[in-house]
Design a protein around this ligand. Structure first.
Ligand code: NDP
Length: 449
């Protein structure tokens, strides 16, 4: 019989924490998890899932317009934000219920309160009890970063954006990353005037340059405003309603909402990490080794709090690896961070895997680049002048495909399959040998010459 109350105590019931909890429990460990907000974490409650539902909702704006060329008469079009907002929240609640059910059916004890680490094998719950565990796993995720400027309390983040009382007519979105570009598309489709403000002169730094340029070009053509090398110095209530933004780098702006999306910070505050001497990195992240272990041998961390790749499937994989390695009867496995596919659910979406053209040139020297720049059949008929762009980056010496990047309708859906080929180190010749599936957009992947 163990001398601890639990074999594993997990702090944070997000994607990573829930996976680690339930798999460890399935391996026979006695597991408890503490969650101070809602089971499901950022992805399910206020991230990927509700965001994707809004992206679907937003896309109807274009689809309903395009329908006319396909013979459909849509006499009235009116968007009702509260209906979509409430349906999205109902779906989030349903998923939260499923996550709770999963924990329960795996016999994971759930404490809906804050937990603080008080020793290498001890946690204290906000309600006062102290519990012991053989291992502690920190999976507390990250939260939106907000700069300290006057009036910042008037701004919202991706935490609040799903609950807006009404759709703003004018919105400024600060940042040029994933969240900023995804919500720029969403708000624009819902009829808001969107201004995207970024401190640098680019969007989506780190993405393939051709994809970024194409998204920028399409977004500008749609009517989204971009203010580069600009920032907000102060936010105040405007005289006739709305918010007055004092800007640096461009003229002042009056809007109804300001959404900040300038990166996310690991949630480490109040966890008791200092007293245990757990090593924290420069970005506030918990430092771990390849087995997710901190410098305190009984304490582990996974997911966004470790700030490696801030993506849900990565956190889930880290949770699975932790559980299998610590409590399973399989040989230990480490997460492979190479060729992790990613997507931006902008309008249109971008997706990519492997090296960008720039990275490949720097790292491999001699490369071949194949592109397909085309207008999707549906867009042609709808009279929508929006071109897709696919790019394949190939190592010259080996003919191996080292990167695929795409922007266009359904790009993330197509890229997931293409990512298998890149991960499996297939060559351009393998793609050339594959017969096209016609008529699709994806066939461009095997037709690039
Ligand atoms: P990102 O890291 O994607 O982008 C941050 C943006 O904010 C950059 O444009 C950056 O500018 C700018 N920025 C950074 N720091 C500051 C600062 N101090 N002041 C002003 N501007 C600043 O962050 P997001 O918030 O958009 O997303 C956070 C993370 O969430 C992402 O990294 C991603 O991992 C995850 N996510 C993933 C999604 C997906 O998979 N589809 C969707 C949403 C989020 P610069 O141009 O100079 O770099």
């Amino acid at each position: 019989m163990s001398r601890y109350d639990y074999d594993l105590f997990v702090i944070g019931a997000g994607s990573g924490g829930v996976r680690a909890s339930r798999v460890s429990a399935a391996h026979g460990a006695r597991v408890a998890v503490a969650e101070e907000y809602r089971v499901g974490g950022t992805c399910v409650i206020r991230g990927c899932v509700p965001k994707k539902l809004l992206v679907y909702g937003a896309h109807f704006a274009e689809d309903l317009n395009d329908a006319a060329m396909f013979g459909w008469d849509v006499p009235t079009k009116r968007f009702d934000w509260p209906i979509l907002r409430d349906h999205v929240q109902a779906e989030v609640k349903r998923l939260e219920g499923l996550y709770n059910e999963t924990l329960k059916s795996n016999k994971v004890e759930t404490f809906l309160e804050r937990a603080t680490i008080t020793g290498p094998n001890e946690v204290r719950l906000a309600s006062g009890s102290t519990l012991s565990a053989g291992k502690i796993l920190i999976a507390t995720g990250a939260r939106p970063f907000l700069p300290e400027i006057p009036g910042i309390e008037h701004a919202i983040t991706s935490n609040e954006v799903f609950h807006l009382k009404k759709m703003p007519k004018r919105i400024v979105i600060v940042g040029g990353g994933y969240i900023a570009n995804e919500f720029a598309g969403v708000f624009h489709q819902f009829g808001a005037h969107v201004t995207l403000v970024n401190r640098s002169d680019t969007i989506l730094r780190g993405y393939d340059e051709s994809m970024r340029d194409r998204l920028l070009q399409i977004s500008i053509a749609k009517g989204i405003d971009f203010k580069f090398i600009s920032s907000i110095e102060a936010i105040a209530r405007a005289e006739h309603g709305g918010l007055q933004l004092t800007m640096a780098g461009c003229d002042d702006i009056v809007v109804d909402e300001v959404l900040y999306a300038v990166g996310r910070k690991p949630n480490i505050e109040g966890l008791g990490l200092e007293s245990l001497g757990i090593t924290i990195g420069e970005r506030g992240e918990i430092k771990v080794d390849s087995a997710a272990r901190t410098n305190v041998p009984s304490v582990f961390a996974i997911g966004d709090v470790t700030d490696r790749i801030q993506l849900t499937p990565v956190a889930i994989r880290e949770g699975q690896a932790f559980a299998d390695t610590q409590f399973g009867d399989k040989p230990p496995f480490e997460v492979d961070y190479d060729c992790v596919p990613n997507a931006v659910f902008s309008h249109p979406p971008i997706a990519g895997v492997g090296m960008t053209e720039g990275e490949a040139r720097n790292r491999l020297g001699s490369i071949k680049v194949f592109t397909s720049d085309f207008r999707a059949m549906k867009n042609v008929m709808a009279g929508r002048n929006e071109r897709s762009l696919y790019k394949m980056v190939v190592e010259e010496a080996s003919d191996r495909i080292v990167g695929i990047h795409m922007i266009g309708p359904d790009a993330p859906e197509i890229l997931q399959a293409a990512a298998i080929a890149v991960k499996a180190r297939l060559t351009k010749a393998d793609f050339d040998a594959t017969v096209a599936l016609h008529p699709t957009m994806a066939e461009e992947l095997v037709l690039m010459r």
